[in-house]
Design a binder for this molecule. Structure first.
Ligand code: NAD
Length: 299
């Protein structure tokens, strides 16, 4: 596997494509946004004027796109690229989309004899830049194995979650739990601060106690407690409230489809909706949910 077509060169796709070039792959890239193409050229990708131009002769096609509607239009629409792919091309969709959309794409590819997998990622933009993403793959084992050397150039962990769509299910289960423990952590820290505790001291106590969790340990939402996290730079960078709301929406749709009770996930989505009702907040890192609990100064 040598020639990769990369579609979608945004905050995640741009650095992922750059890491493929660094690992020695030949990358032909397309994005409708000219600044993204310029950056890709600087990173050593060949850029082209359309998705169709990118996929000709590619061993694998990787897509990293904002939504299921865009993924389906790109592959399955009236001018969809699936029709243009050779049958030995491997399709790897890394976008976060509904599991049902992923299954539809993989089934349509299968009908044409093309192998396809869903491979959404965890890790965010820093992990995309540092080639340390976690990939959660759904699809048939041989297709996942064929994708492994390509994914290894962009990530540190590659999981085969199960059949088609299971990568997407794993991703939204993880992010629903992340939202829940982030909100719980913010709530507990605020209760302590409002009752006279220093948030750093309380964090140290809980990290060594049964309240320990990833949000507290690696991504503390209270400003000033931890260096290098969004809470200590006015919640800039990181994983936006808007993206968390997208993932919680996918989680709730999936839960509705399987009649699964997810009361804490639903509450987490409601709280993020309340917080993200403000356009400024939507662009902040998701740990800014702390501000929902903080009292205005002087109160
Ligand atoms: P982004 O908006 O920065 O990038 C998306 C890119 O896709 C844009 O450059 C856009 O121009 C391009 N695009 C749109 N339509 C296209 C088409 N038809 N063909 C080719 N390119 C097209 O988004 P992002 O932050 O890079 O996220 C991409 C995906 O990764 C999303 O599904 C997101 O949910 C997921 N994700 C993001 C993060 C994160 O921290 N940003 C973390 C994990 C997963």
């Amino acid at each position: 596997m040598e020639k990769i077509a990369f579609l979608g060169l945004g905050n995640m796709g741009g650095p992922m494509a750059a890491n493929l070039v660094k690992a020695g792959f030949t990358v032909t890239a397309f994005d409708p946004a000219e600044p993204a193409l310029q950056q890709a050229r600087q990173n050593g990708c060949e850029t082209v004027a359309s998705a169709h131009d990118a996929v000709g002769g590619a061993d694998a096609v990787i897509s990293m796109l904002p939504s299921g509607a865009i993924v389906k239009e790109l592959y399955l629409g009236a001018r969809g690229i699936l029709q243009a792919l050779d049958t030995d091309t491997l399709v790897i969709d890394c976008s976060t989309i509904a599991a049902s959309d992923a299954r539809q794409l993989i089934a349509a590819a299968g009908e044409r004899g093309i192998r396809a997998i869903d491979a959404p990622v965890s890790g965010g933009t820093a992990a995309a830049a540092g080639a340390s993403l976690s990939f959660m793959c759904g699809g048939e084992a041989p297709a996942v194995e064929a994708a492994r050397p390509v994914l290894a150039a962009m990530g540190a962990n590659i999981f085969h979650a199960g059949p088609a769509g299971c990568g997407q299910v794993a991703k939204i289960c993880n992010n629903m739990l992340l939202a829940i423990h982030m909100i719980g952590t913010a709530e507990a820290l605020q209760l302590g601060v409002d009752n006279g505790l220093d948030p750093g001291v309380l964090s140290d106590i809980m990290k060594a106690s049964s309240g320990d969790n990833w949000s507290l340990d690696k991504y503390n939402p209270y400003p000033g407690v931890m260096e290098g996290v969004p809470a200590s730079r006015d919640y800039s960078g990181g994983f936006s409230v808007a993206l968390m709301l997208k993932d919680l929406g996918l989680a709730m749709d999936t839960a509705a489809g399987s009649a699964t009770s997810t009361p804490l996930g639903a509450l987490a989505k409601n709280l993020y909706q309340l917080h993200g009702g403000d356009e400024v907040n939507r662009r902040l890192d998701f740990s800014s949910i702390q501000n929902l609990f903080r009292r205005p100064a002087g109160d």
